[in-house]
Design a protein around this ligand. Structure first.
Ligand SMILES: C[S@@+](CC[C@H](N)C(=O)[O-])C[C@H]1O[C@@H](n2cnc3c(N)ncnc32)[C@H](O)[C@@H]1O
Length: 524
């Protein structure tokens, strides 16, 4: 049964079954894919998935070609060429223009790059300032599918291994439930102030403020002076987000981090002031480190098979895209003991080269990374939680059964016809089966039309209520407003677009059903 928490959205009853729009934070990408995968959409699920599938076939062709099956060589080469063409076409179809700010000199970043190269790193990318995304990595030459854009030796990655060598390990290892991620985070809080650190160049390139949704945590918890001192996700933006999934996700993350901090501090600083100096282990600094690790770390599989969360100097400049150039980068190449960033699609000289951080929704990206990506994100869904009342026939007692469904922008669905309406079939089937005992046959009979009409009207009233909650940020001037207001307004606009498409599909669906109903009545 889903956790019942005070809902950001009004709890709305849809008759049978009861529907409640709840806060399901960060619905996992694969769950979203499974849910909508069975429905079918506009040819493929997302440009990233399509490209991954094509790259997978390319790797099979490469391996088949290396086995010299003569008869098939030509066919395989043709297939490979066709796939590469399709990958190029996909790149053109989903091209995103990035403006580079040539006035930003990137001196510190160049020093870091030089240090990394001196330590064995290789790169075909340079660092520049990309409008709207901070620093990013730009191709210095044309690169093709399969080319390595960047190679970082394992020896310059920052992971838990550094904690084991430090004096704090003897204290941390005795703490119950201490994770390697928390150890690395605590290590980085101190190391960033160490003038003799091996990673000084890296820490010097990090911003004072990350401006993720987590920055909000400062606001609710500490006093007003600190709020002003740190550019926080401000009161105005938070007020604007009240009642949205993003608000709920930020609040949950904030509470989680505060509990974690309170479990460790100030005790650790009191007991070991030399190892955890209190001035370096404030709540503010803890949050800074959380933002660093959430927004910049990567999970890497090392040659010994261990999976570690790492900060990767230089590779940390790669920004995220919904149509990334690099998708698979999580494994150290055991022959070179380095991390290779291989291209899954071509990248032209001057173009920004992007990674995929994962299949995340907009609310997750704002909370932990502080941005919304350009383009349609198929992982932006609105979760719907249903409580379906059933009766336990053994003891004649009512049972409560929760099930989660989700809705996304209906422009992503190809079937807008009667019985489908651009809405997810699992959702419609669930609502139908709660209203009629028999299996729903999708035939144009009066009883079916009446059921569908009722369902569409209920959905319409639910999403109308949600729209009211989302419709008050029209006055925000994107150009002049602060970063947090811009993000809040972008988020609400994205949600409004999804809800509006659902409302349009509902009203078009109602008209379709009414038309069929009138035909049924005429025949009677
Ligand atoms: C791993 S860092 C990438 C380098 C970063 N731009 C910088 O200047 O340090 C991740 C951060 O970059 C920014 N970012 C990444 N992808 C972005 C995108 N597509 N649009 C806007 N900002 C993005 C966000 O601030 C995110 O927290």
């Amino acid at each position: 049964m889903p956790k019942k928490v005070a809902s950001p959205y009004r709890k709305v009853s849809l008759g049978a079954p009861g529907i409640c729009l709840i806060n399901v934070p960060a619905l996992k990408g694969f769950k979203v894919e499974l849910y909508f995968g069975q429905i079918g959409g506009l040819g493929f699920y997302s440009p990233r998935n399509e490209m991954e599938a094509q790259n997978f076939i390319l790797s099979l062709i490469k391996s088949a070609l290396s086995h010299h099956v003569r008869m098939q060589t030509h066919a395989l080469q043709d297939l490979r060429d066709a796939l590469i063409n399709r990958i190029h076409e996909l790149g053109t179809e989903f091209k995103v223009e990035n403006k580079i700010d040539i006035n930003y000199k990137c001196d510190k970043e160049k020093c870091l790059l030089q240090w990394a190269e001196n330590n064995g790193a290789k790169t075909r990318l340079q660092i520049a300032y990309v409008e709207g995304a901070g620093r990013g990595a730009i191709a210095m030459e044309d690169m093709e599918v399969g080319d390595i854009a960047m190679e970082i030796p394992a020896s310059i990655t920052i992971s838990e291994d550094l904690v084991y060598k430090s004096d704090m390990y003897q204290v941390l290892e005795k703490i119950d439930g201490m994770s390697s991620e928390t150890m690395s985070l605590l290590w980085s809080m101190k190391e960033r102030h160490n003038c003799n650190s091996q990673f000084k160049m890296y820490f010097d390139t990090l911003p004072e403020n990350f401006n993720t949704g987590l920055t909000l945590a400062v606001m609710n918890i500490v006093d007003d002076i600190q709020i002003v001192a740190r550019l926080s996700f401000g009161v105005e933006a938070i007020m604007a987000l009240d009642g949205t999934l993003l608000f709920e996700e930020i609040m949950q993350a904030k509470e989680h981090l505060r509990v974690q901090y309170d479990e460790l501090f100030p005790e650790l600083s009191k007991d070991h002031p030399d190892i955890f100096p209190p001035e370096l282990y404030t709540w503010e600094q803890f949050l800074w480190a959380c933002e660093l690790w959430y927004s910049n770390s990567m999970k890497i599989m090392f040659a010994d098979g261990n999976l570690k969360t790492c900060l990767i100097p230089v590779a940390g400049f790669l920004n995220h895209s919904l149509h990334p150039h690099i998708v698979h980068y999580g494994k150290i190449d055991s022959t070179t003991n380095s991390l290779k960033f291989r291209l899954s699609r071509p990248c032209s000289v001057g173009e920004q080269c992007c990674l995929s951080y994962g299949n995340f929704s907009g609310s997750h990206l704002i909370t932990f990374y502080g941005f919304l990506p350009q383009g349609d994100n198929p992982y932006d869904v609105i979760p719907l939680d249903f409580e379906v009342d059933q009766v336990d026939t053994m003891v004649e007692c009512p049972l409560s059964n929760w099930t989660t469904h989700m809705v996304r922008g209906t422009w992503l669905s190809e079937n807008q016809n009667i019985f489908y309406y651009g809405l997810p079939s699992p959702l419609l089937d669930c609502l139908r089966s709660a209203r009629i005992q028999m299996p729903f046959t999708k035939t144009l009979i009066k009883a079916n039309m009446e059921v569908d009409k009722e369902i569409l009207e209920d959905l319409q009233s639910t999403f109308n209520a949600m729209m009211e909650n989302l419709s008050d940020m029209d006055s925000v001037d994107r150009e002049s407003s602060s970063w947090d207001m811009k993000l809040a307004s972008q988020f609400k606009e994205m949600q409004r677009r999804i809800v509006s498409s659902i409302l349009t599909s509902c009203s078009t669906g109602i008209k379709l059903v009414e038309h069929e109903l009138s035909k049924c009545k005429a025949e009677e």
